[in-house]
Design a protein around this ligand. Structure first.
Ligand code: NOJ
Length: 567
């Protein structure tokens, strides 16, 4: 029988299904592709995988615009394929989380389509957040609220007779209308979805944008021109984010999770400051919350140490274990980030197609390897994002015409600038559309499985985002046989972690080198990371493994982690 606390210190691998493995050559990764790699997933020594959305979706936001919560996108497979995949992964000892997107649906969801056809004030509209516009004829949005993906959070509808209608709220793209979580029908429908997947045998859920579900629409006249969810304070009374009533929803979800044996588990994507975030992780709610604090850190010892300390403390207070995350489908990959000068504005660098600052490829990878080994030794649960185990870098030079992310499409300004008139052969001043964010496609490029072939073994056809030629050397095929490869390091580290995993305690080891982060677990398993200091003399003991070569005399070079059993 599975221990009901299995998730507290698990290693969980995020699969972005459309970019993992394509079984039918249509250029999109699919469910059968995942099934075909069950042995690969087993070889990583994971506890579970989390699948980003694979539901029917028009893909306005990479699948986070769900048109049907209880089905599989026909391009990715069928429910039967899903069941087969679940069985195959369970057979190799890997549990499965699915992604639940409760803040918003796709505008193609049947409920939203019904709402558009229904009158203002109707029950169909009450499932979403419709309001009349301002201005003489309702031509202005109800207020100045902004969307995460910019600019306005409101889009006007067109009535069935073609006249302009009400406006609806969307904190993300216009194709992602926000649900009305004050509506019991919405609440019940999501519990139905949780049971639907739980009944099929899914082990857990990742909850998208958990902090935004409840809004205080009685304050519709208040201005809210900028989103900064880390600054909403600790009272739980902000208009849009982290409202106290949100927790009532999750307490009810917990009763659903506990209908199963072992209870289903969940992790919140609650993008708020640590003391508030852990409230979502209380045992009577979701149980766990992503700690994203490391995503924004430069590769510096002091910052990591502080983040580890505070997060362990907060998670403990909430009765949960901490989570650790370095990469996901929303962020520039660490192998790139750590190879750029500190403080590099990553968006600007991406907009320059990776040319504005020189990337130190070797250093980036060395640091990414050191960082993840440190993470894997910490008490708590570590999330790994597909491709991280290959040391993949961000694909920074994707061509504009290949981009898919709404962040790219929606962040535009019109600028007057010199424009070359081809026909007349002269330059005049014209209006050009300039994109101000490049978006997240660079970390979502399909995985390279083989060193050659049309899409490096991703599938027999092409790949929905083009892969660069340097993917060949980082392919699974190239790395599998190489003892020093990043893939081999992940496999060994994850296997050793399973062997040495112990109670959730951490003891700091004092060192005089401020660039070293050193700690041990109560069974003697210790981890030393030299961030940037001079070579660090490791203490007496047995080195279990390291992220890079250790110098003679047991000296740990910079950008390296070593695991030891201390004497
Ligand atoms: C968070 C997801 O990680 C991101 O990819 C998505 O765009 C937003 N939520 C909206 O669902």
């Amino acid at each position: 029988m599975t221990d009901s606390n299995w998730w507290r210190q698990a290693a969980i691998y995020q699969i972005y299904p459309r970019s993992f493995k394509d079984s039918n050559g249509d250029g999109l990764g699919d469910i059968n592709g995942i099934t075909s790699q069950a042995e690969y997933l087993k070889s990583l020594n994971l506890d579970a995988v989390w699948l980003s959305p694979f539901y029917p979706s028009p893909l306005a936001d990479g699948g986070y615009d769900v048109a049907d919560y209880r089905n599989v996108d026909p391009r990715l497979g069928t429910l039967k394929d899903f069941d087969r995949m679940l069985k195959a992964l369970h057979r190799v000892g890997v549990k499965v989380f699915v992604d639940i997107v409760p803040n918003h649906s796709s505008n193609q969801h049947e409920w939203f389509q019904e709402a558009l056809k229904s009158a203002p004030g109707s029950p169909a509209r009450y499932r979403y957040i419709f309001r009349d516009g301002k201005g003489k004829n309702g031509e202005l949005p109800p207020n100045d609220w902004v969307s995460y993906f910019a600019p306005s959070a409101w889009t006007r509808t067109t009535n069935p007779d073609g006249t302009p209608g009400q406006w609806y709220l969307h904190l993300f793209a216009p194709e992602q209308p926000d649900f009305n979580w004050d509506n019991r029908e919405v609440q019940l429908d999501f519990m139905k979805t949780l049971r639907f997947w739980s009944d099929r045998g899914v082990d857990g859920f990742r909850i998208d944008v958990a902090h935004a579900m409840k809004k205080d629409m009685s304050r519709i006249n208040a201005s809210y021109p900028k989103i900064d969810t880390f600054k909403v304070g600790n009272k739980g009374t902000d208009i849009l984010f982290d409202r106290n009533e949100t927790h009532e929803i999750f307490r009810e979800w917990r009763t659903v999770f506990n209908e199963y044996n072992p209870p289903r588990v969940a992790v919140a994507e609650a993008y708020v400051a640590a003391p508030r975030r852990v409230l979502y992780a209380r045992p009577e709610e979701l149980g766990q919350a992503f700690n994203f604090d490391m995503l924004d850190l430069d590769f510096k010892a002091a910052a990591f140490k502080k983040t580890i300390d505070t997060n362990i403390k907060y998670a403990k207070e909430a009765g949960s274990s901490s989570t650790w995350v370095l990469n996901n489908h929303d962020r520039v990959r660490t192998a790139t980030k750590y190879g750029l000068p500190d403080g590099t504005n990553l968006n600007e660098w991406l907009l320059s197609d990776g040319t504005s600052k020189k990337l130190n490829v070797e250093l980036g990878l060395q640091r990414a390897r050191a960082a993840v080994m440190m993470l894997l030794a910490l008490p708590g649960c570590t999330y790994i994002y597909q491709g991280e185990e290959l040391g993949l870098r961000e694909v920074a030079d994707l061509k504009h015409e290949d981009l898919q992310d709404p962040i790219w499409f929606r962040n535009v300004v019109k600028k007057i600038q010199p424009v070359f008139m081809k026909r007349e052969g002269k330059t005049i001043k014209g209006v050009a559309v300039v994109h101000t964010e490049k978006g997240r496609d660079g970390c979502r490029v399909p995985l390279p499985w083989t060193r050659s072939g049309k899409s490096f073994g991703f599938g027999s056809g092409g790949s929905h985002l083009p892969q660069p030629s340097w993917f060949a050397e980082l392919s699974v095929e190239m790395q599998s046989a190489d003892n020093n490869s990043t893939l081999t390091m992940y496999r060994s580290a994850l296997a050793l972690r399973q062997k040495w995993q112990t109670t959730e305690d951490l003891e700091w080891i004092r060192t005089s080198n401020l660039e070293v982060v050193a700690f041990k677990r109560l069974n003697g398993w210790a981890s030393f990371t030299n961030f940037r200091g001079v070579d660090f003399a490791l203490p007496k003991g047995r080195v279990l493994m390291s992220s890079g070569p250790i110098k003679s005399g047991n000296k740990l070079p910079k950008a390296t982690t070593a695991w030891m059993v201390l004497e």
